[in-house]
Design a protein around this ligand. Sequence first.
Ligand SMILES: NC(=O)c1ccc[n+]([C@@H]2O[C@H](COP(=O)([O-])OP(=O)(O)OC[C@H]3O[C@@H](n4cnc5c(N)ncnc54)[C@H](O)[C@@H]3O)[C@@H](O)[C@H]2O)c1
Length: 308
Amino acid sequence: MAFFTHHVLRTLSSAARNAAIKHVTVIGGGLMGSGIAQVVAVTGHSVVLVDTSEDILKNSTRAIEGSLKRVVKKKFADKPEAGEEFVQKVLKNISTSTDAASVVKNTDLVVEAIVENLKIKQDLFSTLDKVAPENTIFASNTSSLPIADIARATARVDRFGGLHFFNPVPMMKLVEVIKAPATSQQTFAALLEFSRVLGKHPVSCKDTPGFIVNRLLVPYLMEAIRLHERGHGSKEDIDVAMKLGAGYPMGPFELLDYVGLDTCKFIIDGWHEVEPENPLFAPSPLLNKLVAESKLGKKTGEGFYKHN
Ligand SMILES: NC(=O)c1ccc[n+]([C@@H]2O[C@H](COP(=O)([O-])OP(=O)(O)OC[C@H]3O[C@@H](n4cnc5c(N)ncnc54)[C@H](O)[C@@H]3O)[C@@H](O)[C@H]2O)c1
């Protein structure tokens, strides 16, 4: 009986939480925001994607449509009409806007994926805080800024958490769900549940630099650069060694080119500023040189390697 009651309560509260997050606003229609909007729409939520211009939003919608069509090509290989129907159904769940303040009035959750700048994120959330309903949850997809620092621009620190997705969002299963000191248990539970509803695997994280994945990954990537700088191995050998010896799908230099050298530098510089004595966070002259030369990786055609 006790089990039954507990089970029913759990099911009810989970249903209530599902019911709570139906309308989502994603702010930032770049790489991450488009991917987040896509998975939110695929799982049957209505989503408004916000960016600063109609042109950017057209590109976001085009990127989402392209990504959906790639999925459909595989999933509906022998039923192309059903595939097209699926794409249109998902696209119907997505609308766009250049005015965040006007759309959040009717939203259960705001997921922010704009430029990685504390002041700009704070300004955005401070504006939205004044117009969003009381119960709207705010979440940031920041990779390197403390959630608490962004949240303090609002009067809803208890309804504020982190939802850290991975690129490419439709493919990557993981979401790091971040509980800042002021995040309420109810908000945290709602964010965990929402991630599951998206078909992702959430892990719980504290509001500490790099959460789990980047806290381990970025020092590893920096250590690979330092190893190479000291002349202990060529980029090619280090990449092959980690693929064949550690079973990693990409070597560290391949991964650095994929992530973007500027992104890696931005993260490590931020951590170095906070903990200058920590050797894991020390800057690298080689990384700084490549970034100064605008060799940022795949996106600029050259990083540690040349790309086509
Ligand atoms: N790229 C990654 O692999 C990755 C992974 C996880 C988390 N993140 C985080 O996600 C966020 C976005 O990263 P991205 O790679 O998608 O960046 P991006 O540059 O591709 O996209 C950012 C978008 O935000 C828009 N924007 C900027 N200011 C805005 C504002 N005030 N209002 C509305 N839109 C605004 C820009 O026009 C741009 O389209 C960052 O916080 C980043 O740290 C990135």
